[in-house]
Design a protein. Structure first.
Ligand SMILES: *Cc1c(COP(=O)(O)O)cnc(C)c1O
Length: 236
């Protein structure tokens, strides 16, 4: 496995997918999903051109921050399920929390951001496949969360994130990506507060990021295609 060439390959596939969809490659951000990777691997990825790292678990985030493993990265994002009792370890430590999916969590993040005197950028995560095992709010609950986010001065809503079902066949998730794009458009048009900047639609992983780009993703979260297969692990 050669990390640099994997990164170059994914970047060129992202550019090709963007151009094929009539979009500029500059519109799409590659977020490296760094879960289970070591400090050194993260440093190598950044040296090889990764600008945005996405962390899935609070414990790993905290350890990498302590080791200064993200030095040189433009942004660090939190992309995993976040429990309210752990918001202190994440708010103000990352540039974007992608995985906000309940009123309770929204308010907990707001309280902590208020304490720190900062505005925390977030995405709302949508369970677009309606899977019981997955985090994310239902599309029906989304307007209420958007409305609430707009009323919290220490929260800045930047867009939406989704993890569709594991695709059974190539192209199988395109309809979910298309539904997400429609939700993104609907919500952007309805935004009434002047704090939100809806510029991020985070969807697409190693198996389907090109399809996600074809359907309007502005950020793709890629792990395996950059770092190789992860050891099998329960509940990530
Ligand atoms: C691990 C992870 C990814 C990347 O998954 P791959 O299939 O390895 O590319 C994307 N998003 C989230 C939230 C993840 O936890």
């Amino acid at each position: 496995m050669d990390l640099s060439s994997n990164i170059a390959l994914v970047q060129s596939k992202i550019a090709a997918a963007a151009l094929a969809a009539g979009r500029s490659p500059a519109e799409i951000t590659l977020c490296a999903a760094t879960k289970v990777q070591s400090d050194d691997t993260i440093r190598q990825a950044i040296a090889a051109g990764i600008a945005v790292c996405g962390e899935n678990r609070v414990q790993e985030l905290t350890a990498h921050l302590a080791a200064d493993a993200y030095a040189g990265a433009r942004e660090v994002h939190f992309i995993g399920h976040l429990q309210t009792n752990k918001v202190k370890q994440v708010v103000g430590k990352v540039d974007l929390i992608q995985s906000v999916d309940s009123l309770h969590l929204l308010q907990a993040i707001h309280t902590q951001a208020d304490k720190l005197g900062i505005v925390q950028d977030i995405l709302l995560e949508v369970n677009i496949g309606g899977e019981e095992s997955k985090s994310g709010c239902s599309p029906e609950l989304l307007p209420e969360l958007v409305e609430q986010a707009g009323q919290l001065p220490h929260i800045r809503l930047r867009g939406l994130m989704a993890i569709p079902p594991i695709s059974a066949a190539p192209g199988a998730n395109r309809r979910y990506f298309a539904q997400m794009r429609q939700l993104f458009i609907d919500i952007t048009q309805k935004m009434s507060d002047n704090q939100s900047v809806m510029d991020c639609l985070s969807m697409g992983m190693s198996a389907d990021y090109e399809d996600a780009i074809a359907e309007g993703a502005t950020l793709v979260r890629v792990g395996t295609a950059l770092f190789g297969p992860r050891p099998p692990m329960a509940h990530r």
